[in-house]
Design a protein around this ligand. Structure first.
Ligand code: TYC
Length: 110
């Protein structure tokens, strides 16, 4: 065959064909769902106030979430980065214990 081969037409000597993409080295925080569990003893009004105070819900949203938990057994209060979720769970559990209610709040990785 006559003449030099051109295996990579249109590209210069330094082009390897490898695509490298630079990314900012930021990690997205994992998110956690904060859940409220139903029980037979915690007053509905207490749950509504907790949802307003800890989760910044409107009275209407708090009422809906409380009723959902009351009927279904469990319900979502919000989704947050780990430390925010942990703080909210602690606030709920602390205020429930201080008021001698058995209300339970848990978090789970989303
Ligand atoms: N089931 C409770 C009652 O009838 C109300 C309640 C709702 C309790 C939601 C806990 O997470 C809860 N008083």
């Amino acid at each position: 065959m006559a003449g030099p081969k051109n295996e990579d037409p249109g590209k210069g000597d330094t082009e390897t064909g490898t695509i490298t993409k630079t990314r900012p080295k930021t990690k997205r925080p994992s998110l956690y769902r904060v859940l409220l569990l139903n029980d037979d003893y915690t007053p509905m009004e207490f749950v509504i106030l907790v949802l307003q105070d800890v989760f910044n819900k409107s009275r209407e949203d708090a009422m809906q979430i409380m009723l959902h938990v009351h009927q279904k057994g469990v319900g979502e209060c919000g989704i947050y980065p780990y430390e925010v979720a942990e703080t909210k769970v602690t606030r709920v559990m602390d205020t429930a214990r201080k008021n001698q209610h058995p209300l339970q709040c848990v978090m789970e990785k989303q």
